[in-house]
Design a protein. Structure first.
Length: 173
């Protein structure tokens, strides 16, 4: 026997029809994650839906960890003024994982300048890890404001695996 995991949602859905009273279920997500998803959605750049879906699929602990990453990167940027990034593969049950890069630009760096080398870095890391798709969230140097979303879902050419360090001559952190 397989028990239903959607019983509370089903009860809400059929409440009006049944004449019963059932509260609508809410998605329980980290506030920082919801604000980031809202910012990505509002910008509506290529890859926004896949990126938001991946972020929302994380469990509570992973959501809290990811919520702190931009601020943790910003602390390092404050120390040396250089950009810093972190790269994480996000698995899924289809075997077609997504690679997520979070980057904080350097203090004197413009988002467009960072996007230029981070695009190459994102593609190189995607190929290196065999990811199906990859996204890079570029934040300001304080780690507070999303500047740009880069997205790559091009098919991977396994024969053309570039060196990710060469692709990103500014590789920090």
């Amino acid at each position: 026997m397989v028990e239903s995991k959607t019983q509370p949602l089903d009860a809400w859905y059929y409440a009006e029809e049944d004449g019963t009273n059932a509260a609508k279920r809410r998605y329980n997500a980290n506030d920082t994650r919801i604000r980031l998803v809202d910012a990505i959605t509002e910008a509506a750049e290529t890859g926004w839906l896949a990126t938001c879906t991946a972020l929302l699929s994380l469990n509570g602990g992973a959501q809290r960890k990811f919520g702190r990453l931009a601020k943790d990167l910003a602390k390092v940027v404050r120390q040396d003024g250089q950009h810093h990034s972190t790269t994480t593969p996000l698995g899924d049950d289809t075997g077609r994982h997504m690679l997520l890069v979070r980057a904080c630009i350097g203090r004197r760096e413009q988002p467009a300048e960072a996007a230029e080398y981070l695009t190459r870095y994102l593609t190189a890391k995607k190929i290196q890890t065999g990811a199906h798709r990859a996204a890079c969230l570029i934040f300001d140097s304080r780690g507070q404001t999303l500047q740009q979303l880069l997205y790559d879902n091009t098919p991977v050419d396994r024969e053309a695996v570039p060196n990710p360090d060469a692709a990103c001559s500014h590789s920090n952190g």
